[in-house]
Design a protein around this ligand. Structure first.
Ligand code: 5AD
Length: 421
């Protein structure tokens, strides 16, 4: 679904209206079923008004997406200014990226502002909201950071039946979601045949894009699931540093296999979402800069990255978390390097704030352009503990503003997904 900045109607002439938001004034068309008068507040996509909304609600969302306060640009170092300028026309080097990831004070603020500017210039005001349905908390892996690791006897395990998965998806589609991620631990209980049937049934019943986030299942499995109707795969590479990778996967994961998956997912036509975990124990800014270069070189269209969150019951339970600051700088640099990419604000990032809306607001005004909402049936939600705090969900305000039921929003998403696969 899409979310967009509200605007106030300042003039109406026939089926055209002049609208004014805090970003622009323009004349656009009015959808045939929207009844308008001057001073009404509306939501619009491209050049058409699609929905009228109450003024107080318009203010709420403007507040969430308001631009950052301007900071003085007087004391920025020459090097910083040169790198920002370079990012607009040339490729950034590893050293440039490291410089930006180390930015502090005013430079850190300006970095986020530049990313916000780039996002608005390239993608306008469309914020996409995707849903995640976590259908199984069983996992055969032993990743050092993840609460679902197989050795964690305290983890509560559940599995959706195929009928439950389909019901959860249809419920989300009815609420207006048009892109859903089906996520689970690496759970061999679900055979290819089962997943194939589930995907086909969803595609038969609903107009929705299905992304898989089910780990390393191998080429044949992903091929079959693509043919069944899956559109994308959320598959974090986690780190491009092989030594660090070994540290976070003492057993059961192979660095090469992970990157082979990324390669064939792309070849199979999956819309790939991938990226690092930010702030892993022992990870350096050089590692993260290399991760961004990897994403760029491999033209990964959706950059999925979030801070490391220590989780009880894991090898890393006493380690420090990845910071808000570094995550925001990663989002900003990614936006400058890849202006048209899809960059979601991840749930892990939201857990670092008192309220998820605060997190969403800073990420969306710092280069991010998408949100990921957990839609897992409430009965199971608290048991998908890859890290703590994930169950806090505050979606109502955003859902209220979504251009949910609009076919236009589905069409736009189709164009973007097809263009990149
Ligand atoms: N901290 C941060 N990210 C984590 N993930 C799993 N556990 C953690 C954690 N403790 C990430 C994985 C997975 C995504 C859904 O969440 O990278 O791909």
């Amino acid at each position: 679904m899409c979310l967009t900045i509200p605007a106030e109607v300042i003039k109406i002439q026939g089926n055209k209206a002049t609208i004014k938001s805090d970003r622009e004034i323009k004349e656009i068309n009015i959808a045939f079923d929207v009844n308008l008068k001057v001073n009404d507040w509306v939501l619009y996509i491209s050049d058409i008004i699609v929905k009228k909304i109450p003024a107080d609600e318009a203010r709420e969302i403007i507040d969430l997406l308001k631009t950052r306060p301007q900071v003085s640009r007087e004391n920025l170092s020459q090097e910083f200014q040169d790198i920002i300028k370079k990012s607009k026309t040339k490729e950034l080097s590893l050293a440039d990226i490291v410089y930006l990831l180390n930015a502090s004070g005013a430079e850190k603020e300006v970095l986020s502002q530049e990313a916000d500017f780039t996002r608005r210039a390239t993608l306008k005001e469309f914020i996409c909201i995707h849903g995640v349905i976590e259908f199984s908390s069983y996992c055969r892996c032993d990743c050092s950071y993840c609460g679902l690791n197989a050795s964690n006897a305290a983890a509560r395990r559940y599995r959706f039946t195929p009928a439950e998965i389909i019901a959860n998806v249809l419920q989300a589609v009815n609420a207006g979601y048009k892109l859903l991620v089906l996520q689970s631990g690496e759970d061999a209980y679900y055979t290819d045949e089962m997943l194939e049937k589930i995907i086909k049934e969803i595609k038969r019943q609903a107009q929705v894009f299905i992304f898989l986030s089910v780990g390393e299942r191998g080429y044949d499995s992903y091929k079959r699931l693509k043919e069944a109707g899956a559109s994308g795969a959320l598959f974090r590479f986690e780190t491009t540093n092989e030594n660090l990778f070994k540290k976070i996967h003492a057993t059961g994961k192979d660095f090469k296999n992970r990157f082979e998956h990324l390669k064939f997912l792309k070849e199979l036509g999956y819309y790939v979402a991938s990226g690092p975990i930010i702030g892993l124990p022992g990870q350096t800014v050089q590692d993260l800069a290399a991760d961004l270069l990897f994403i760029k070189q491999n033209k990964i269209p959706m950059i999925s990255m979030g801070p490391f969150i220590p989780c009880p019951g894991t090898k890393f339970e006493n380690e420090k978390n990845g910071t808000v600051e570094l995550t925001l700088k990663m989002i900003a640099v990614a936006r400058l390097m890849m202006p048209t990419s899809r960059i979601p604000c991840t749930t892990a990032f939201e857990t670092l704030f008192d309220s998820p809306n605060e997190a969403r607001s800073v990420a969306l005004t710092g280069g991010a352009n998408a949100l990921m909402f957990i839609l897992t049936d409430k009965k199971y939600r608290a048991d998908y503990k890859i890290y703590p705090g994930r169950e806090i969900v505050l979606n109502e305000l955003w859902e209220k503003f979504g251009l949910w039921r609009n076919d236009e929003s589905f069409r736009m998403l189709s164009e973007r997904i097809n263009e990149r696969t």
